[in-house]
Design a protein around this ligand. Sequence first.
Ligand SMILES: [Zn+2]
Length: 315
Amino acid sequence: MTPVEIDVQRPKGDEGGGRRHPNTCPECRSHYREDELRHALRVCAQCGHHFSVGAYERIEQLTDPGSFVEVGGDLRSVDPLAFVDLRPYTDRLLDAELATGLGDSMVAGQGRIVGRPTALAVMDFAFMGGSMGSVMGERFCLAADLAIEQGMPLIAVTASGGARMQENILALMQMAKTVGAVDDLREHGIPYISVLTHPTTGGVIASFAALGDVVIAEPGALLSFAGPRVVEQTTGEKTSADFGRAESNLRLGQLDSVVPRRALRSELAKLLMLFSPAEEEPTGDHAPPPPPSERAGLGPAERVRNLLRLRGRRG
Ligand SMILES: [Zn+2]
């Protein structure tokens, strides 16, 4: 049997071998009570480090209370390969479900953000490293179908180590399947906003995560097909200190903006408003719409891109 090499990359601050408590900041070592951290949207009050957020908690952070309705919650992975690594795949699935309360690494559905309806596909890294298997792919497609049926935008929030090896080719096929769903959104003129959180890597960054009409990321998130250590081993070259991080992706033009978690809900609300300007036009102090010459012939995605560019130029 061929030995399997597993590359475990520890976040900064974990050196020294000791296990870090999940509520201890890996950057500055500040420690928080669970209720404190939850109240602070899991952002370190001392240094701004963004801790990871579970799918249901993320939905709670972003949507109006009581507005979220889940779809495909009863879907579960089958094990067509009867896959066993150190343990059977079915045991790993069961353990992940017991530990997280989730049926798979993505929760899909619809809700409202500051009154605006939207479809949502939110990933959870705690479920088998946010790996993409057939259930995740199907749930993403259900969210996309919901968006098309009801004419509302789709927001995806990603966190993933990549394709789920236990499902082999079925996991890799989800890349094509989710890209097909993004294509359907585009054909129907439905806006798609992708929010990338730490870490978004492998098959997920190589498929639907990178394809948003608007792509935004949380500060410091690793967003890269392969991690820096693998790239250094493969190329024999030293990577930059912020290789693959949100800030370097922004610099290289892969992202539209980097948004701190505290501003994420309001930023998404603004985008939803820009994507559907005819509905519930807010009154009072807001930016005037772009001149008709700029709006003519542009789809909603192009309009938002133009506005983001304008805002960037204004600083
Ligand atoms: Zn900190």
